[in-house]
Ligand binder design. Structure first.
Ligand code: B3K
Ligand code: ZN
Length: 874
C-alpha cells in the first residue's frame, strides 16, 4: 500500500450535484442502483476520464445519459471504475450487487443482529456503490429503500420520508429526500424490525422537530437518558453557538455491532448501542455521562462537520477537534465542570501523550497516511480539541463566538480546511495566529522546563520557561510553539493568589502568559511575599510541565491553590514523587517506606467535609498505573503495580476510620438518578470502599458484599463486584460473579462489563481466564464491543499481566490481531496498539513484543494493520 499526501490535493475532476439511490435489500445480494448527476468541476480541465471509487462491488449495469456503455468504454479494477470519455455534464446510471451478510469489516452496508445498517465514514460508501467517495463532493440525496415487510418493517435513510408503499412479494419501500448537500460519508441507511421512542423539540426559530430513537424491542426502556441529553444538546447549541437544527426529523438508531461510538449521518445518527442505551440497572454513572457526551457530540456535528465539512481527510480534526471541544464544554456545564476537566486531562495525559511519544505519533493535521481509518486517534480528536480550547482562551470567549459565527456563515454548505477555521478566529479577534498554526503540523508533546526565583530584596519573582518538542517519526527538528500558560503566584504566607504585575502591567491574580520563544523570562514585580507558582492552570496547553517543586510546595498548592484543577494536579504530583521513591525501592529490593506527607495530605482532604465531593473523589484517587508508567523513563510494570498497591494499602491502614466514615456518610437510599450530586456521592463512597478493600478490611468486605447484593444501581454493583473479583476472597467473589453472569446473560452490554471486570484482575491466573472467556457463548470476535471488553481491556488495563515476562500476554494479543485482520481490519489495527509501544520496556520484553509484531507482519495484511505494524517496526 502507498501513502497519499496532503500536498497532492486537487479538487475532484467531476462533481456530483444530486444522487438518487435505490436499494433492493437482500442479506446476500442487495442491489444498489445509483443515478448520479455529474458535471465537470469548474476548476479542472476538460476531457479527464471519470474515476469513481468502488470496492467489492459486482457491476451489473452502467449507462451514461441513458446509453449503456460498451465494455471498451470503461474499466473496473480493485479500487474502482474508470469511464474513459464523458461529456461535460451527464447522468450516470449504475447498478451493483453487494453482500451485506459477508461484511464483517462493518464498513459500508452490513448486518447487525438481523438489521441492515451502514457506516460510511471515512471510505465506506465505496463499498455500497461506485462514487467519488471524498468529502469535497457534496450532493443532495434521494434514497429509496426496498425491504421485506415482515423482516424489515422499518426503512430509514437521511432527511425526510417523502413516499412509501407496498410492493409485490411481501415487500415494501420508503423514499427519503435529504435537501442538504452532503458528502457520501454522511450517507446512512437502516432497515430492520425496530421500535421507536418519540419526542419533539421546538427550535428557537420555531421549527417543530420530531426526535426518534430506534432500538430493538427489549431496549425500549433504555432510551430516556439519550433523549433527554439530545434535547439539552439541541438547546445548548442554540444558546452557546447560535446553531439551530435544520430538518423536521432527527433520528438515532442503536446497533450492536459498530466499530466506533457513533456516527453523525445527516438526520440519522447511528450509534453503538453502548453509546446510547442506559438504565440504572445496566449502566454506570460513567456510562450515563458517556452517552450524554456522545449524543451531544454527534448532534453538534450537524453544524461542525455536516453543514460545514472537511475538504479532505487530512482536515479530519477540523470537525473532530472542534466537535470534541464543543461536547466537552457542554458536559462541563451539565455536570461538575472541574471533574470533567480532571477526567479529560487525566485521560489525555495518559493515552494521548503515549500516542504522541510512540511510533504512530502524527500531527493533528497529518501530511500523509496509508489508511485514513487509522487516523481516528486521540491526537486528531483530543489534541485537536485542546488546540481549539487554546484558541478560545487566546482570543477570548466573545471573539471565539464571533469567529465561529463567521466560520459557519462563510462556509455553510462547503468542504473546507483548518486554515479556513483558524482564519475566521484570526479575523474575528485581530490576532496573528501564524505561529499558532504550528500546533497543527508538529507532532509530539511539547515539554516546558520551568524555574523560578523569588528576590526578597526587590520583591520580584523571576520565572524562566524553556520549551522543546521531542523528535517524532519524520519530524526530527521542531520549532518553538505559541504556548498559553495560565498561572498564578500563591503567597506562602497568605495562601492567596498574589496580584500579578508583568512589565509594568497589572494582570489580576490569574493570568495567561505567552511563551513563544524557545526560552523566555517573565519578571513579576511587586510580589509582596514568597510565592509558589501555580502553573498551567486548567491545563491551559497540552504540554508536559516540569517545575522542581518541593513536596511541601505541592502539599501547599493542594491545600491552597484557587484553581481546582491545579489543586488536584498538585496532589497527583505529590503522589507521583512518593511513587517514584517506592518504584526505586522495589527495583532495588529495599524496604518500602510510605511518605507521610502524602498520608497527611489525604488526612486533610478527608477531614475537610466542605469540599466539593466530586472533586474530592478525584483528589483521593491515585494516578493510574498507566499514568505512572507514562512518567517513567523505562516502564517497570511490576514495580509500578507494587508501589501503587503499597501506597493504597498504607493510606488505607493509616486512614481506615476516615474511609469508613466517608463510606457510611455517602450511602444513598433515594432512587437512582444520574445527576451530579448523586454521582459525586457515589464516587466518593466508592473511592473510600476501594481503599478499604485494598487491605481487605472486614468491614470493607461486608460493605462490598452488601452493596453488590443491594443491587441498587449498576455503578454500585459493578464497583463492588470489581473489588471482590480483584481481591483474594474468591469465596465471596466467585458466587457473585456467577450470579451476575447468569442474571445478565441476555444483555450484551452488561456482559461486556462482566468480561471487563474479570480480565482486569491483577492476579496472575487472569490470562487463563481471558483464554477461557474467549470461548464463552457471549463472546464473539465479530462484535467490536466484545473484543474491546475482553481483549482490549486486558491488554490496556491489566499491565502486570499483559506484560508477563514469558510473553504469553503478547502472544494472545497477536493471535487475536491476526484473526481480526481478516475479519475487521479497523478494529485489528486499533487492538495492536499496546504492542507498538515496545520501546518503553526492558530488553526482554522489547524482544518479545517485536517478535509478535514480526509474526503479524508475516501475514497477508490489510492496509490498516500493515500501516501500524510497519511504523512500529521501522
Ligand atoms: N465521525 C465518526 C467517526 C467514524 C469513523 C469510523 N472510521 C464518529 C465521530 O467522531 O463522531
Ligand atoms: Zn466526531
Amino acid at each position: 500500500p502507498q501513502p497519499i499526501y496532503l500536498s497532492d490535493y486537487r479538487p475532484p475532476a467531476y462533481r456530483v450535484t444530486r444522487t438518487e439511490l435505490t436499494f433492493d435489500l437482500d442479506p446476500n445480494a442487495t442491489r444498489v442502483k445509483a443515478r448520479l448527476h455529474v458535471e465537470r468541476h469548474p476548476e479542472r480541465e476538460a476531457g479527464v476520464p471519470l474515476e469513481l471509487d468502488g470496492e467489492q462491488l459486482a457491476l451489473k449495469a452502467i449507462a451514461i445519459d441513458g446509453q449503456p456503455l460498451a465494455p471498451d468504454e470503461y474499466q473496473v479494477g480493485e479500487a474502482g471504475l474508470v469511464v474513459h470519455r464523458v461529456p461535460e455534464a451527464f447522468l450516470l446510471d449504475t447498478e451493483v450487487e453487494i453482500a451485506p451478510d459477508g461484511n464483517t469489516a462493518l464498513s459500508g452496508l452490513y448486518r447487525s443482529s438481523g438489521m441492515f445498517c451502514t457506516q460510511c465514514e471515512a471510505e465506506g460508501f465505496r463499498r455500497i456503490t461506485f462514487y467519488p467517495d471524498r468529502p469535497d463532493v457534496m450532493a443532495t440525496f434521494s434514497t429509496t429503500v426496498i425491504g421485506r415487510t415482515a423482516q424489515e418493517p422499518v426503512l430509514l435513510s437521511n432527511g425526510n420520508p417523502v413516499e412509501r408503499g407496498e410492493l409485490p412479494g411481501g415487500r415494501h419501500f420508503v423514499t427519503w429526500e435529504d435537501p442538504h448537500p452532503k458528502p457520501s460519508y454522511l450517507f446512512a441507511l437502516v432497515a430492520g424490525d425496530l421500535r421507536k421512542v418519540e419526542d419533539t423539540f421546538t427550535t428557537v426559530g420555531g421549527r417543530d422537530v420530531t426526535l426518534q430513537i430506534w432500538v430493538e424491542e427489549e431496549n425500549l426502556d433504555k432510551t430516556n437518558h439519550a433523549m433527554a441529553s439530545l434535547k439539552r444538546a439541541m438547546r445548548w447549541d442554540e444558546e452557546a453557538y447560535g446553531r439551530e437544527y435544520d430538518l423536521d426529523l432527527f433520528m438515532i438508531v442503536a446497533v450492536n455491532d459498530f466499530n466506533m461510538g457513533a456516527m453523525e449521518n445527516k438526520g440519522l445518527n447511528i450509534f453503538n448501542s453502548a453509546a446510547v442505551l442506559t438504565h440504572p440497572h445496566t449502566a454506570t454513572d460513567a456510562a450515563f455521562q458517556r452517552v450524554e457526551g456522545i449524543v451531544a457530540h454527534e448532534y453538534f456535528h450537524n453544524w461542525s462537520g455536516n453543514r460545514v465539512t472537511c475538504r479532505d481527510w487530512f482536515q479530519l480534526s477540523l470537525k473532530e477537534g472542534f466537535t470534541v471541544f464543543r461536547d466537552q464544554c457542554f458536559s462541563a456545564e451539565t455536570n461538575s465542570a472541574p471533574v470533567k476537566r480532571i477526567e479529560d486531562v487525566s485521560f489525555f495525559r495518559t493515552a494521548q501523550f503515549a500516542e504522541d511519544a510512540g511510533p504512530t505519533a502524527h500531527p493533528v493535521r497529518p501530511d500523509h497516511y496509508i489508511e485514513i481509518g487509522n487516523f481516528y486517534t486521540l491526537t486528531i480528536y483530543e489534541k485537536g480539541a485542546e488546540i481549539v480550547r487554546m484558541l478560545s482562551n487566546l482570543v477570548g470567549k466573545e471573539a471565539f463566538r464571533r469567529g465561529s459565527d463567521l466560520y459557519f456563515a462563510r462556509f455553510d454548505g462547503q468542504a473546507v480546511t483548518i486554515e479556513d477555521f483558524v482564519g475566521c478566529m484570526a479575523e474575528a479577534s485581530g490576532q496573528d495566529l501564524t505561529q499558532f498554526m504550528l500546533w497543527y503540523s508538529q507532532a509530539g508533546t511539547p515539554e516546558i522546563d520551568a524555574h523560578g526565583e523569588y528576590d526578597y530584596a526587590n520583591a520580584e519573582y523571576r520565572l524562566i520557561l524553556r520549551q522543546r518538542t521531542p523528535a517524532t517519526p519524520g519530524q526530527p527538528d521542531k520549532q518553538a510553539l505559541h504556548i498559553p500558560v495560565r498561572l498564578g503566584l500563591v503567597g506562602t504566607k497568605s495562601g492567596r493568589d498574589l496580584p500579578l504585575t508583568l512589565d509594568g502591567e497589572t494582570l489580576g491574580t490569574d493570568a495567561v502568559i505567552h511563551l513563544r520563544e524557545e526560552e523566555q523570562e517573565f519578571l513579576f514585580t511587586d510580589v509582596s511575599e514568597a510565592p509558589v507558582p501555580s502553573l498551567l492552570r486548567g491545563f491551559s496547553a497540552p504540554v508536559k510541565l516540569h517545575f522542581p517543586y518541593a513536596r511541601e510546595d505541592l502539599a501547599f498548592l493542594q491545600a491552597n491553590d484557587s484553581d481546582g484543577f491545579n489543586r488536584w494536579d498538585a496532589g497527583q504530583r505529590l503522589a507521583l514523587l512518593a511513587l517514584d521513591d517506592l518504584i526505586a525501592a522495589h527495583r532495588n529490593g529495599v524496604e518500602k517506606v510510605m511518605d507521610q506527607r502524602v498520608v497527611e495530605a489525604f488526612r486533610a482532604l478527608l477531614a475537610a467535609e466542605t469540599d466539593d465531593k466530586a472533586v474530592l473523589a478525584q483528589m483521593l484517587t491515585l494516578p493510574s498505573e498507566a499514568y505512572i508508567a507514562e512518567q517513567q523513563p523505562l516502564v517497570d510494570v511490576d514495580a509500578i503495580h507494587a508501589a501503587r498497591t503499597f501506597v493504597k494499602q498504607s493510606l488505607a491502614l493509616a486512614l481506615r476510620d476516615d474511609f469508613l466514615r466517608v463510606y457510611e456518610a455517602h450511602r444513598i437510599d433515594a432512587p437512582y438518578a444520574p445527576e451530579p450530586e448523586q454521582i459525586a456521592a457515589r464516587s466518593l463512597k466508592n473511592v473510600a470502599l476501594s481503599y478499604l478493600m485494598a487491605i481487605e478490611d472486614e468491614a470493607g468486605l461486608e460493605f462490598a458484599r452488601e452493596q453488590f447484593e443491594a443491587d441498587h444501581n449498576m455503578t454500585d454493583v459493578r464497583h463492588a463486584l470489581t473489588l471482590l473479583v480483584h481481591s483474594s476472597r474468591g469465596d465471596i467473589a466467585a458466587p457473585a460473579l456467577k450470579a451476575f453472569g447468569e442474571t445478565w446473560a441476555h444483555d450484551p452490554l452488561v456482559m461486556d462489563q462482566w468480561f471487563a471486570i474479570q480480565v482486569t484482575r491483577p492476579q496472575s491466573d487472569v490470562l487463563d481466564r481471558v483464554t477461557f472467556l474467549m470461548e464463552h457463548p457471549a463472546f464473539s470476535l465479530k462484535n467490536p464491543n466484545k473484543v474491546r471488553a475482553l481483549i482490549g481491556t486486558f491488554a490496556n488495563q491489566n499491565p502486570v499481566n499483559f506484560h508477563r515476562a514469558d510473553g504469553a500476554g503478547y502472544r494472545l494479543l497477536a493471535d487475536t490481531v491476526i484473526e481480526l485482520n481478516r475479519l475487521n481490519p479497523e478494529i485489528a489495527a486499533r487492538l495492536v496498539t499496546p504492542l507498538t509501544r515496545w520501546a518503553r520496556f526492558d530488553e526482554t520484553r522489547q524482544a518479545l513484543m517485536k517478535g509478535e509484531l514480526e509474526r503479524i507482519r508475516a501475514e497477508e495484511l490489510s492496509p490498516n494493520v500493515y500501516e501500524v505494524v510497519e511504523k512500529a517496526l521501522a
